[in-house]
Design a protein around this ligand. Structure first.
Ligand SMILES: [Zn+2]
Length: 136
């Protein structure tokens, strides 16, 4: 995880299944290369408010939080118990570097040290339980 790991919407690419898996691996939102189709057509990354600066984090926008990001946030909270909007608010408050450091510590698997995956209830590397995954 580093300062290019945060998508404009506040999603942390390094803890995404697409980023962690070995097959058909995604390069992450801020990098050029293989990405899932829905990420290449993402209405947030391609938002006209960014005026060509795709790396602009959404909290820097006058329209934040817009409907698009609120919709994403709702889905993320419901499915994974995580809020991209909250991530962006924390970045604004404590700065990107401190945010990255705290997220690295938060998502570190207590068994193997690998980053946990927000999309999986167990560590993708060792199978240890992901305590942040919502129980249904
Ligand atoms: Zn693990």
């Amino acid at each position: 995880m580093n300062n290019s790991s945060i998508a404009p919407c506040g999603v942390i690419c390094d803890i995404c299944l697409g980023f962690q898996r070995s097959k058909n691996k995604c390069v992450g939102c801020n990098n050029t290369g293989n990405k899932p189709y829905h990420c290449t057509v993402c209405s947030i990354t391609n938002c006209e408010e960014k005026k060509g600066n795709k790396k602009l984090l959404c909290y820097e926008c006058n329209k934040f939080p817009c409907r698009r990001i609120k919709d994403l946030d709702k889905r993320y909270i419901a499915k994974y118990g995580e809020s991209p909007i909250q991530n962006l608010r924390r970045i604004k408050e404590i700065g990107l570097d401190s945010f990255i450091e705290s997220e690295k510590a938060k998502w570190k698997c207590s068994e193997c040290g690998h980053l946990l995956c927000v999309h999986k209830e167990v560590c993708y590397n060792c199978g240890n339980l992901n305590d942040y995954f919502p129980t249904t």
